[in-house]
Design a protein around this ligand. Structure first.
Ligand SMILES: [Zn+2]
Length: 216
């Protein structure tokens, strides 16, 4: 059973920041974006919050959920409020918040760096459990993507202009695993082949060969 540690239990001074969604969340929340924290030593939810306040200049922790290596899921920014994790589009001005890639996007971070190595099994299982929970609670979620796919799926696909450099987040190892999982569990309805990063075609080819031995 999925247990989400409430914010008040880990954060001595919870903040309230981020644009509040006006409509029902079941209509607004449409995407899940998966990140790694990029910290070689996991920083914990409080460390991530401090980094976002002091280094990133955010008004609060940017993610809605933080998953630690032992599989503990911590509540971050309230789902009632737009996160700060998916980046920026030039057209997302104050009067057009719904053009922001963060609009309607739930941000989940796995604490650690996953460029080469996968997260521990408990951390991965917790992510899948949290995704299941969120998809059941918000049935209009239509995509589960890695941060690196935001530019294509939530910016360029909407004819908006990305700001800043592309990212490799959530790291190659975590991204390839997530991609295989979402295909197997059909998390995402509108996947495009171009979502593959370099090297992932081999992994995906291996997978489809394994599931369709007659085509080998
Ligand atoms: Zn990220």
């Amino acid at each position: 059973m999925l247990i989400i540690v409430p914010r008040a239990t880990w954060d001595p001074a919870p903040l309230v920041a981020g644009d509040r969604y006006s409509g029902p969340l079941t209509r607004t929340l449409r995407s899940i974006v998966v990140h790694h924290s990029d910290f070689l030593e996991p920083a914990g939810p409080l460390g991530i919050k401090q980094y976002h306040l002091e280094v990133s200049g955010f008004a609060d922790i940017g993610y809605h959920f933080v998953i630690e290596p032992d599989g503990t899921v911590y509540e971050g920014r309230s789902l009632e409020r737009m996160g700060a994790h998916a980046g920026v589009a030039r057209e997302a001005t104050r009067g057009h918040r719904d053009r922001d890639p963060d609009w309607g996007a739930i941000g989940i971070v796995l604490d650690g760096y996953f460029g080469e190595d996968l997260p521990p099994p408990a951390q991965r299982e917790a992510l899948l459990g949290l995704i299941d929970h969120l998809r059941a609670r918000f049935p209009r979620i239509e995509r589960v993507i890695g941060h690196r796919e935001v530019r294509r799926e939530l910016v360029v696909a909407k004819e908006l202009t990305p700001v800043g450099p592309p990212t490799v987040c959530p790291g190659d190892a975590l991204f390839l695993w997530l991609d295989a999982e979402r295909r197997e569990h059909r998390f995402t309805k509108d996947l495009q082949p171009s979502s593959f990063a370099d090297g992932s075609r081999r992994a995906s080819g291996t997978r489809s060969a394994a599931t369709k031995p007659s085509l080998r």
